[in-house]
Design a protein around this ligand. Structure first.
Ligand SMILES: [Zn+2]
Length: 444
């Protein structure tokens, strides 16, 4: 398999669809207009007015590279091999123009003949039908994959949970989807006899979702056919790069390499532990999210989107401590990230990075004071006779001093101490009732 850089994947994807009469749109800002708390979370989000038929698009065939940022799965970053906080999404769309078969034909053509993936590594899922929705197996999609040469056993029917796309479960345009997975090799698998796409292990990586928007879901859950059938696809750039660069995870693709090298220079000691690996991945992932948010005009702060950025800086700073870095360092990773991203960032954006670096460093310095005083506290804390630290203590450290509980727990673990998490939950629940505010709106 040919090794392709992220920039090259974007170039090939875009020129493939432009050559097939798609209009290349510039990606939208990461910031949702008219809303102070949200980021764009999916590649299709800026195109919703077209997909819903509210606004006529400039052309019926569209393609774009969209920046997205979501924190719902932030806890999995670094542990899972496939989860980025911020990510790039490639997509092609048809607004009432081409059908399911054409979508599938183009997708396979691009994967095999332009990105160089071997057919035997590809697996497809299709919608198996759902009694409640009154829909049967998507045999058109299944049949088309097989007609194009995908072996039957590589076409896997899955239920509505995996293969029926809706807008967050609510009313709106929706439809069955077909997901494309790459088999990264049995050595990465869990070994279970039924290990296949949809399994949570690292073997099968979903790289592209083709959504066939055929229905409108109504308030009462009923479906009616859309007058205009749309196509909405999304390919995760980091995941495709992971496959085409034979990387062990989305965190070690070319986009992150210079930042990882810089981090290695800052923290050369590596005990090879899962914690250290997770820390390095989290740091580059979070700082990249901070970079993209900053370029969209969102710096660290107390409220809304800014509080998400601040929390990412703090989480990354904590991980730095775990790696033995005791100086502010996050800002110094921005330039290597810019280098790794190359042409994915504009010249104008690259010029703004030094300002952003100062913002990030200031926020990190502020947080370092919180960390230092918290660490002194933690050295003094005494467990009960069974080596357990009261959860309430950790909660107070968090609520009163801003010291993250997960970091405190990891530090205490090194001393062989255990935290009473149920006590922590109780203290946290009591606190919520008293103050009636959600402590961490964006993070659990
Ligand atoms: Zn598995």
């Amino acid at each position: 398999m040919q090794q392709l850089s992220s920039g090259e994947i974007v170039k090939r994807y875009r020129s493939f669809f432009v050559a097939r009469n798609h209009l290349a749109l510039p990606g939208s800002s990461l910031v949702v207009p008219g809303n102070s708390t949200s980021f764009i979370i999916a590649g299709m989000q800026p195109l919703l007015p077209y997909l819903r038929g509210e606004v006529a698009p400039l052309a019926p065939r569209l393609t774009a590279l969209q920046r997205c940022l979501r924190t719902d799965d932030v806890e999995q970053v670094g542990t899972s091999i496939r989860q980025n906080t911020a990510f790039f999404m490639l997509g092609n769309w048809s607004i009432g123009n081409y059908d399911k078969r054409t979508t599938i034909q183009m997708a396979l053509d691009l994967l095999l003949n332009h990105l160089g993936l071997p057919l035997e590594k590809l697996w497809m899922t299709v919608f198996e039908g759902d009694r409640e929705l009154g829909l049967s197996l998507d045999d058109v999609a299944a049949e088309e994959w097989r007609r194009l040469g995908v072996p039957s056993e590589h076409v896997v029917p899955l239920g509505a949970e995996d293969n029926f796309w809706t807008m967050g479960g609510g009313p709106g345009p929706c439809g069955p989807c077909s997901e494309i997975f790459v088999d990264r090799g049995s050595e990465l698998g869990c070994g279970a006899p039924d290990c296949r796409p949809g399994c949570s292990c690292a073997r099968f990586l979903e790289v592209w979702n083709l959504v066939f928007m055929e229905f409108e879901k109504h308030e009462d859950g009923s479906l009616t056919s859309l007058p205009q059938r749309n196509i909405d696809t999304g390919m995760g750039l980091e995941r495709m790069a992971c496959v085409l660069q034979s990387s062990d995870s989305v965190y070690s693709v070319d986009l992150f390499q210079p930042a990882l090298e810089r981090l290695q220079a800052l923290a050369p000691r590596d005990d090879g532990s899962p914690q250290a690996l997770r820390a390095r991945r989290m740091i580059v992932d979070h700082v990249r999210a901070v970079l993209l948010a900053g370029l969209a005009g969102v710096g660290p702060g107390r409220d809304g989107r800014s509080s998400v950025v601040r929390r990412l800086i703090r989480r990354a700073a904590c991980q730095g401590r775990l790696l033995g870095i005791d100086q502010p360092f996050l800002g110094s990773l921005l330039q290597p990230l810019v280098e790794g991203h190359g042409s994915l960032l504009t010249q104008d954006e690259q010029k703004r990075v030094p300002d952003l670096e100062r913002l990030v460093t200031n926020d990190e310095v502020m947080f370092a004071r919180v960390l230092s005083s918290g660490l002194r506290e933690l050295e003094r804390v005494e467990p009960n006779e069974r080596g357990i630290i009261a959860g309430e203590y950790l909660f107070k450290l968090h609520a009163e001093k801003g010291f993250p509980a997960d970091l405190a727990s990891e530090i205490l673990q090194e001393r062989g101490l255990v935290v009473d998490w149920s006590g922590y939950q109780h203290a946290s629940a009591d606190h919520r009732i008293v103050s009636r505010v959600s402590v961490q709106k964006h993070f659990h």
